[in-house]
Design a binder for this molecule. Structure first.
Ligand code: NAD
Ligand code: ZN
Length: 348
């Protein structure tokens, strides 16, 4: 299935299917004089003799979050320059969201910008297929150095997901779940029914596609994050604090953050979510629900107050639901949030 972006200009295709990489990539590479590959080493180790055997002399990098720093970035750019990359070369970046973020940032600055294609290999990376954000980390925080820079295409070959470790499946599924929730209660019900007892990757493609479309709709309405794009932050305010403190994968923390957002939506707006059903569902799938009970509220509040999305002191900006259909951004008084999270702990 091909999804086309619907920006005013500079549109690109997101190709989503199993076993498409080589054929789809060829349709792009033949337009360029030279093609360079950056590949996450875990992916290269698994697929070098199969799906990736057609690639000659790639730059194999230590993928994951450790790639998103200045030093590996410079090292990779020097290697690309040494091997003769030109303005009209194509850069193909194969890996999860981290390799995609740093590889996309390299594409945006090397020689003042070359075309690139992202080949996501994780479930979570469906999220970065759209939005045009590239970034690396600073010692002051995550994703603080980067650029908005769109790829020429995204080729999401779902066969890569077959080798994804369980922890990463749970993480990526957190964002799939978030996008379904932002789409509609009906889609969320369908997704929860399809994954009632376990998350079977083969059942997910329709929801991955819907997720990309949902994010696209929101991003296109609001490319520079002043209004509705903030809804994509659902679950993320608490998630960033939990992720930072307990070092769990991003999307797993998002799932815990969504539970907190639903509880708060019930408390503030009488949104009517069946909280116990959601908690039972995520517990059944192996999310670390106990962290919502163990978390130190003062510490969580301290991290949440540093969130770059806050714009009023004494308040924390939070995505909640007014009712099951309607997400909204609201500023919650620090003291009120503290009380609600303390009460949530008792519920777990
Ligand atoms: P990741 O890229 O760090 O990959 C997670 C781990 O899984 C790594 O160890 C990697 O080597 C391994 N891996 C990747 N694919 C695999 C596969 N198919 N089989 C086996 N192992 C595999 O993680 P991620 O969760 O994809 O991405 C997280 C990053 O994405 C974060 O840095 C986040 O900031 C970024 N992100 C960016 C956007 C955006 O819009 N730009 C959106 C969401 C997330
Ligand atoms: Zn996220």
């Amino acid at each position: 299935m091909d999804i086309s972006t619907a920006y005013k200009d500079n549109n690109y295709k997101i190709h989503v299917d199993r076993n498409i990489l080589k054929n789809v990539l060829q349709t792009y590479t033949k337009q360029y004089e030279s093609v360079y590959y950056i590949i996450d080493e875990n992916i290269y180790d698994i697929y070098k003799d199969s799906k990736l055997s057609f690639i000659i002399s790639p730059l194999v990098v230590t993928g994951g979050e450790s790639f998103k720093y200045v030093s590996p970035l410079m090292h990779t750019m020097e290697a690309l320059l040494a091997s003769g990359i030109k303005r009209n070369s194509l850069l193909v970046v194969i890996g999860g969201g981290a390799t995609g973020d740093a590889g996309g940032f390299i594409a945006s600055i090397i020689l003042r910008g070359v075309d690139y294609i992202h080949v996501p290999t994780t479930l979570l990376a469906h999220d970065s297929a759209i939005g045009g954000k590239t970034a690396i980390n600073s010692e002051h925080g995550k994703n603080l150095i980067g650029a908005f820079y769109r790829p020429r295409a995204v080729i999401y070959d779902l066969e890569f997901l077959d080798s994804l470790p369980e922890d990463e499946v749970l993480s990526g599924f957190g964002e799939v779940f978030k996008h379904a929730m932002l789409h509609s209660p009906a889609l969320l019900d369908e997704l929860m029914a399809a994954t009632e007892n376990s998350i079977d990757i083969t059942a997910l493609p329709p929801y991955i596609i819907k997720g990309i479309e949902t994010k696209m709709k929101i991003v296109i309405e609001d490319e520079h994050e002043s209004g509705s794009r903030k809804f994509l932050n659902l679950g993320h305010t608490l998630a960033h604090a939990v992720e930072y403190k307990y070092k769990i994968p991003h999307g797993q923390a998002v799932m815990l953050g969504i539970i907190a957002a639903l509880y708060i939506s019930n408390e503030l707006n009488g949104a009517g979510f069946d909280l116990d059903a959601y908690i039972a569902y995520i517990r059944r799938h192996g999310y670390p629900v106990q962290l919502l009970k163990e978390m130190d509220i003062d510490e969580m509040m301290h991290f949440m107050q540093k969130d770059k999305k806050n714009h009023r002191s004494d308040y924390i900006s939070y995505v909640v639901f007014e009712d099951k259909n309607t997400p909204a951004v609201t500023d919650i008084k620090i003291e009120d949030l503290q009380n609600m999270l303390t009460a949530l702990k008792e519920r777990i």
